[in-house]
Design a protein around this ligand. Structure first.
Ligand SMILES: [Zn+2]
Length: 436
């Protein structure tokens, strides 16, 4: 383990001081499994998948490197052990997971065999029972500078007209598009050709910088039409040395190489199987020796320079963001959350309230929402005159101002964050002033 600490620590030092303009993505070496830790510019963390059973300590080691002490949001892409197996272990060694998400459909649609699988029962007990169902088009709000959009879930994709769902567990993975000031990364779990085709048909994901190869670089994923939409600059493959499915497949590596602008392709580990397994050159494999755990790949995006780097061991590659954009940058909001009452005297479901203040010119609040940490919302209505405040009562709406602490986000009709406030506790009848 020492090697991974030293190598990545050197990378971080070489990369200079981390600023608020930096997004960091750690593709964690979990062998033939998947786990990525993403640290937002504001320090909040997103963990996508958690490796196999027993991989909690590997994830925590990378969290330590990254300076992260808790997981603010965790997503299980789908219900295969190589994607959710490590989360109970991570929770078991004392790491807090504040919100967890998965593709839902557990009660209705999973086989008894799956529900009785010991690792799945452990998953449910650790975070799964409280997980929020992440559906296509849902957002995960962690940082106003980073937009995290669920593109697919359960085999349905954003904007899909018909109701058809997936039939294969891999293909029903939650896929996420992460956009940080124009840098785009696609994380599709193990989605395969059918869901990729739906995404490509609607051109939902175009011209990304980073593509975490779907399904460990399997031949059943990374289909041509989909890849011709994504046109990634960098492909990262999470694979093991001894995986029975022989990932990545040579045919997938050939697909990447045949793109008009072939991407730089990296693997966490070297596949030791013969064909149909394939490998990129050893210099592009983070753990070519395959005997240890130092195959974590770090991608650091710097919005100030519009560059990003890919780092592992002593290797650093620097690339340019394809389509950098200024937004969504934080602007001085004119409509803010000025106070809230999480714990009213009487019925919380009716009487919780939030007061909004308009510091700018008159604005319509139709289409505006308030959203809590779980993603539940209140709809606002009417308008608010310049310099005025309005108090909105819950009146039975879904969002709960949790008495034990919560985080409330104010979104305009374009889903762009306008303000955010978190609190840790409440007292009955006492209004919390945000000072915004
Ligand atoms: Zn997998």
């Amino acid at each position: 383990m020492k090697r991974v600490f030293l190598a990545l620590a050197l990378c971080l030092i070489a990369g200079g001081p981390l600023s608020a303009q930096t997004l960091r993505i750690y593709q964690i070496d979990v062998e033939q499994a998947d786990a990525a830790l993403i640290v937002m510019p504001n320090g909040k963390s997103l963990l996508i998948d958690s490796g196999k059973n027993g991989h909690g300590q590997r994830i925590r080691n990378v969290m330590t490197l990254a300076g992260v002490t808790q997981i603010d949001a965790y997503v299980t892409s789908h219900y295969h052990e190589d994607h959710f197996g490590g989360i109970d272990d991570l929770v078991g060694i004392g790491v807090s997971v504040l919100e967890s998400y998965d593709r839902g459909d557990k009660e209705c649609c999973l086989s008894d065999e799956k529900k009785e699988e010991v690792t799945f029962i452990d998953y449910q007990a650790a975070v799964g029972e409280d997980a929020i169902e992440l559906r296509a088009s849902h957002l995960i709000n962690l940082d106003p500078m980073v937009t995290i959009t669920a593109i697919s879930s359960g085999g349905r994709v954003m904007g899909q007209a018909d109701n058809s769902t997936g039939v294969d567990e891999n293909d029903m993975s939650v896929s996420l598009l992460i956009n940080f000031r124009g840098f785009k990364a696609f994380y599709g779990g193990d989605i395969e050709a059918p869901t990729e085709a739906k995404i490509a048909a609607l051109d939902l994901v175009m011209d990304v910088d980073l593509y975490k190869a779907n399904h460990h670089g399997s031949h059943s994923s990374s289909s041509s039409a989909f890849m011709n939409d994504l046109r990634p600059s960098v492909v990262v493959i999470s694979n093991g040395s001894h995986g029975g499915h022989k990932h990545p497949r040579r045919v997938s590596l050939n697909t990447y190489a045949a793109l008009a602008n072939p991407p730089a392709v990296f693997q966490t580990n070297r596949c030791l199987h013969p064909a149909p397994c394939g490998n990129v050159p050893n210099a592009s494999i983070a753990d070519p020796e395959t005997t240890d755990e130092d195959g974590t790949i770090l991608i650091t995006v710097n919005a100030g320079t519009n560059n990003y780097s890919v780092q592992y061991g002593t290797t650093t590659r620097t690339l340019t963001v394809k389509n950098p954009s200024a937004g969504p940058a934080p602007t001085t909001p004119s409509v803010v959350i000025s106070s809230l009452l999480p714990n009213p005297v009487g019925d919380d479901v009716q009487s919780e309230s939030v007061t909004i203040t308009n510091k700018g010119t008159s604005v319509s609040l139709i289409g505006w929402t308030l959203q809590d940490r779980s993603g539940a919302t209140w709809n606002l209505s009417g308008s608010i005159a310049a310099g005025q405040s309005r108090t909105f009562r819950r009146n039975g709406q879904a969002m709960t101002l949790n008495n034990a602490g919560d985080e409330i986000v104010l979104l305009n009709p374009e889903q762009v964050e306008q303000d955010r406030f978190s609190y840790d506790a409440s007292t009955e009848g006492v209004v919390i002033q945000t000072q915004h």
